[in-house]
Structure formats: structure tokens, C-alpha cells
Design a binder for this molecule. Structure first.
Ligand SMILES: *[C@@H]1O[C@H](CO)[C@@H](O)[C@H](O)[C@H]1NC(C)=O
Ligand SMILES: *[C@@H]1O[C@H](CO)[C@@H](O)[C@H](O)[C@H]1NC(C)=O
Ligand SMILES: *[C@@H]1O[C@H](CO)[C@@H](O)[C@H](O)[C@H]1NC(C)=O
Length: 407
């Protein structure tokens, strides 16, 4: 099939920053958004695209233009809800990693992102009967457990009524404007130039990121596109993308952007969406129902070989699973060094280093981020209690004195 207009962005108004836009557009946007949400919550699926002007009065109905920019903006605004515009967000964490769970809870409350703990699985405790076919001899029990936890999450989506699920691991960091990044991604995906099919009315009405994919990878550690499809991508300005020098440090991300034809003038200013091909890590990816089915088929029913990320990447490369990858990613792994950094290696693996603790949370590192949410969270939480009291004491003195004189 022929893909037209490749490599161009759907133009979004990048002019005034969000903080200025909100008061200006806010009221109309909020009102129309609330009315819109309400209408879709109360009508059945056969009448998508129809906005009842009086709830449940089918005789008075106004057409909503699902292709209008007002509607698209309202849908993209759902990226700002507590599940980033996805059905839910789970994060997988081994039950004993309460340290990481504490950190994820802090990130979640600081940024208004609702995440649910989803228990990691100990591979060594799995019944041999439950093992999938094809497991390679060198595959570690921890890799089996990691795969099993992800497979459980895929099933979780299928056993729910949701359209999409965002799956996190428990060692993440993101840029402080993650929701804005996701809103821009939504606008691009609603106006995708790299879809194979036109969006359905259901997608236009309900799905901020469309539903034409199995996997939407927003947290790949490294990635590169299919060498024969470097003309299939969409690229847009994103003020929250990490700078050129930062991106250059992750060779595979930098080279991937170059392979799509981006130069140093663009890298560090733009984000790119392309069909997923060679991805590494399963830190943060969304799935659709179709995706959950396909992953369970490809990576459980048929076979599972090495590790959840390499098997998924192989499925992308073989064309058995349809994904998109966001480059540079919106979400990164947070690294502190030492054995704490992974639950996925054998004790004694030299990559773990000698210490358990590594550098500590305050000195961790996340690749490819502009402003680290982890760092911001620490700064925001800082308190100078006694300095604050000094200030308050001064203010109260004045109040008390004037009260006394008036009495
Ligand atoms: C429902 O539609 C009818 C016909 O247009 C109209 O007369 C009536 O006032 C509407 N009811 C409400 C509650 O808006
Ligand atoms: C956020 O938006 C998505 C897409 O409309 C929706 O499925 C999800 O339920 C919303 N999350 C919350 C907490 O309302
Ligand atoms: C790219 O196309 C060439 C020529 O058709 C083919 O030989 C090669 O295998 C393709 N590469 C991949 C990764 O599919």
C-alpha cells in the first residue's frame, strides 16, 4: 500500500505555552469537554457521533463533527486525566520491592497519575506444566517470571471492559510535562499519516491514541526503525523533548532518528512516531484489546523464548505484532546502580556491581529526559519548616499587637 505525506507533522499550534492557553481557552474547552463526555457516557454505541442536546432526548440531536479540531482537542485533553488517556495504568513490581513501590507511589501522587500495583511473578515458583513452549535453555527464572507478569497484565485487559491498558515497570522516570507530551502525541495519532486504515467513528469519538495498534511503546530504552521503511514516520515539535546532547548519549536513539532523516537541527526538538521494529525494554507500553490477544497468542500460546522485551521486539521485526514506537521515548528507566537496579539478573552477575545500594535515589540517572520527574519531585517536597515559622511569627506579632490596641 502507498503511504502518503510521510514524515510530516499534523500542525499543532505550539505558540503560547499551556499556562497561558488554559485561561484563554479553558472555559469553552472544559464546558464542551464535559458535555461531550456526558453524552458518550449515556448513549449506546450505535449512536456515536451524535450529541444529544438534552440527555436521553433522542428527538433533539446535533451532529458532532468528529473530525473537527475542537473535538480532537477535547479528546487529546484526556491525556491529562489520571490515566493519561488510557483505560488504566498498572505497574508491575515484585512483591518484595517495597522500595520501588514507595517511589512509584510518590511519583504517582506528585504528578496526578493513578497507577495500580500489579504483582511480579517469581519464575522459580512456576509449575513446569505452565511453561510455554520454546523457552531457551539460557533463559533465567527471573526472565520467565517477568514474562509471566506481563502476560498476566495482558489478560487483565482482556478480562476488563477497557479499550487500552498502559503497563509500567517499577523503575521509571519521565519528563515533568509528561501529560503535555502525551497530549501532543494524541493529536498526532488522531491525525496519523502512518495508519494503514482510516479511523472508525468509535476511535474518533473515544480513543485519544486511536486503536489501530497492538502495542504503543512510549518507554523503549533503545530503538531503531525498519531499514526498508524509513520513509514511514511522523514527526512533530515537542518543547519537552530532551536536548541534542542528551539524546546523543543514547546512540541507538540518536542513530534511529538519523536513519529517519532527522538532522542535528531537528534532534532535540522533535519527537517521532514510527512502526515499532527493534525495541529494547518493556518499561512503559500500552496495549489494545487486539494487542493483548495477539501478544498472548504469539508469546504464550505459540511460544516464549528469551525475555519479554526481546520476544516482543522479535515479533515486531517479524511483522507478527503491530506496534508504534515513540522516539525519543516519553518514559525512561531510572538507574541508581548496584543490585537494586534490576530484579532480572542472577545474583553475582558482574553487571550488578558490588554494592546493593548503588548511588542512592538522590543521585540516580535517567536517559533521554529533559526535566526529570524524580528530581523535580524531590525539590518540590523540600521544606524549611523553621524558616516558615519565623515568617509566620513575624506576621502574627503584628496581628496580635493591632488586636490588643483595638480591644
Ligand atoms: C425533547 O424533544 C422534543 C421535540 O423536539 C421537545 O419538544 C422537548 O422539549 C425535548 N425535551 C427536553 C427535555 O429537552
Ligand atoms: C482517561 O481517559 C480515557 C480515554 O477516554 C478513559 O478511558 C479513562 O477512563 C480516563 N481515566 C479516568 C480516570 O477517568
Ligand atoms: C530490505 O529489502 C531488501 C531488498 O528487498 C531485502 O533483501 C532485505 O531483506 C530487507 N530487509 C529487511 C530487514 O527486511
Amino acid at each position: 500500500m502507498v503511504l502518503r505525506l510521510l514524515g510530516q507533522a499534523y500542525p499543532t499550534n505550539m505558540g503560547p505555552p499551556k499556562a497561558i492557553l488554559v485561561p484563554a481557552l479553558g472555559l469553552t474547552l472544559i464546558i464542551s469537554f464535559v458535555v461531550f463526555l456526558h453524552s458518550f457516557a449515556t448513549i449506546d454505541s450505535s449512536s456515536f457521533g451524535i450529541l444529544s442536546s438534552a440527555a436521553k432526548n433522542d428527538t433533539v440531536a446535533t451532529e458532532v463533527d468528529l473530525k473537527s479540531s475542537a473535538h480532537q482537542k477535547a479528546l487529546a485533553e484526556r491525556a491529562h486525566n489520571s490515566t493519561l488517556g488510557f483505560g488504566e495504568i498498572l505497574y508491575i513490581s515484585m512483591p518484595e520491592r517495597s522500595d520501588r513501590q514507595d517511589a512509584m507511589t510518590l511519583l504517582s501522587t506528585t504528578f496526578g497519575i493513578r497507577i495500580k500495583h500489579f504483582a511480579g511473578v517469581r519464575g522459580s515458583e512456576m509449575s513446569p506444566k505452565a511453561m510455554p513452549d520454546g523457552v531457551a535453555k539460557k533463559t533465567l527464572p527471573s526472565e520467565i517470571g517477568c514474562w509471566r507478569a506481563h502476560a498476566n497484565a495482558w489478560r487483565y485487559l482482556l478480562e476488563s471492559d477497557m479499550d487500552t491498558l498502559l503497563i509500567f515497570e517499577d523503575d521509571l522516570d519521565w519528563n515533568v510535562n509528561l501529560k503535555q507530551t502525551m497530549e501532543l502525541l494524541s493529536l498526532q495519532m488522531q491525525n496519523s499519516k502512518i495508519r494503514q486504515t482510516e479511523p472508525s467513528d468509535y476511535e474518533r469519538a473515544n480513543a485519544p491514541y486511536g486503536l489501530d495498534w497492538d502495542v504503543l511503546d512510549i518507554g523503549s530504552c533503545k530503538d531503531s526503525g525498519h531499514p526498508n521503511f524509513t520513509d514511514v514516520f511522523q514527526v512533530w515539535d515537542d518543547p519537552d523533548v530532551a536536548g541534542l546532547e542528551v539524546i546523543k548519549r543514547t546512540k541507538m536513539i540518536y542513530e534511529s532518528l538519523q536513519n529517519f532523516g532527522l538532522t542535528d537541527d531537528d534532534i532535540g526538538k522533535k519527537r517521532l512516531l514510527a512502526p515499532a521494529y527493534l525495541t529494547v525494554c518493556t518499561s512503559a507500553y500500552a496495549i489494545t484489546r487486539q494487542g493483548a490477544e495477539r501478544l498472548l497468542m504469539e508469546m504464550s500460546y505459540i511460544e516464549f523464548r528469551n525475555a519479554v522485551d526481546t520476544d516482543m521486539s522479535r515479533a515486531f521485526r517479524d511483522g507478527r505484532v503491530r506496534g508504534y514506537m515513540l522516539t525519543p521515548p516519553a518514559i525512561s528507566q531510572f538507574r541508581i546502580g548496584g543490585a537494586k537496579d534490576t530484579d532480572n539478573r542472577k545474583p553475582g552477575d558482574p553487571r550488578l556491581g558490588n554494592s546493593i545500594n548503588g548511588k542512592g535515589n538522590l543521585h540516580g540517572f535517567s536517559a533521554n529526559l529533559k526535566d526529570s520527574a524524580r528530581q523535580w519531585m524531590v525539590e518540590k517536597m523540600q521544606l524549611n519548616n523553621w524558616d516558615d515559622y519565623k515568617q509566620v511569627r513575624e506576621e502574627r506579632k503584628t496581628i496580635v499587637i493591632s488586636d490588643d490596641t483595638s480591644a
